[in-house]
Design a protein around this ligand. Sequence first.
Ligand SMILES: Cc1cc2nc3c(=O)[nH]c(=O)nc-3n(C[C@H](O)[C@H](O)[C@H](O)COP(=O)(O)OP(=O)(O)OC[C@H]3O[C@@H](n4cnc5c(N)ncnc54)[C@H](O)[C@@H]3O)c2cc1C
Ligand code: FES
Length: 265
Amino acid sequence: MKLQEIGTIEEINTLAEGMLDFRLRLPKIAALARPGQFLHILCGDHTLRRPISICDCDPEKGIVRMVFEIRGEGTAWLADRKTGDSLDVLGPIGHGFDLLPEELSAAGHSKPFEYPVFIGGGIGVPPLLYAARLMKNPITILGFRNRERVILADEFARLGETLVTTEDGSAGIKGFVTAPLEEWIKAGKADILYACGPTPMLKSIQKLARAYRIPCQLSLEQRMACGVGACLGCACKTHKQGKEQYSHVCKEGPVFWSEEVCFDE
Ligand SMILES: Cc1cc2nc3c(=O)[nH]c(=O)nc-3n(C[C@H](O)[C@H](O)[C@H](O)COP(=O)(O)OP(=O)(O)OC[C@H]3O[C@@H](n4cnc5c(N)ncnc54)[C@H](O)[C@@H]3O)c2cc1C
Ligand code: FES
């Protein structure tokens, strides 16, 4: 179920240059939100809302947190908002991560998982925080371009073991998230993967999950228009029940089981 709610911006923090962290008072949406779902936000007089993931949520306080990067006109408008301003929000939208035993068993995984590993890349990191917070002993691997782009690593580290990689080696391990991930898998310390980030990273994680036969969920970032399953603007090729088909990322996703996703080669 999704709602339209007028939220108030309670707090704004800057996490890195051009990357903002908003805490929004949205009690009705907070009561329903699941990790991996997103908000669809009206940005000034732009007709199309902008999708931004739920980074964290406190249903008791009625607060939903989102972290976004300024990319174009809509996110620049958002970045100009001030504490106390109102936002018109639709949410929570989409199918989030399957985390609870009943969600996992509906997807055919009845045995409990001991070692959930969360893998985030760049602006794909924020949507994993709420999911990791709800798990026991999450392990997290976060990848960034360089140390100036590192966000939220301290918050993940408070939840469980956290590794940071940067492409230039200016923070953490030099290279991509996939190298430490493969080591964790080989050490038997990864039995389910949850990933969000750029498509090349998701493709590599899909390959690892397939090679080592580990269940894996991928959160896809697709350009969107209506955000509510009405326009096919967010179609992506998937493989379900033995057939290739197009799925709506805004409705059946943004999170899919990795074996369902058909990336273009
Ligand atoms: C499910 C989902 C969750 C997302 N979560 C986050 C998040 O947590 N933090 C964050 O910084 N960004 C997130 N994004 C990307 C964010 O939606 C885009 O950066 C934003 O829409 C860009 O809008 P703009 O007006 O600033 O840019 P413009 O390029 O001016 O946007 C023009 C149009 O293209 C669409 N668009 C452009 N880029 C994207 C994109 N990457 N994905 C979807 N639509 C796009 C916009 O909605 C708009 O309709 C998410 C995208 C999706 C699909
Ligand atoms: S964005 Fe319109 S169907 Fe998904």
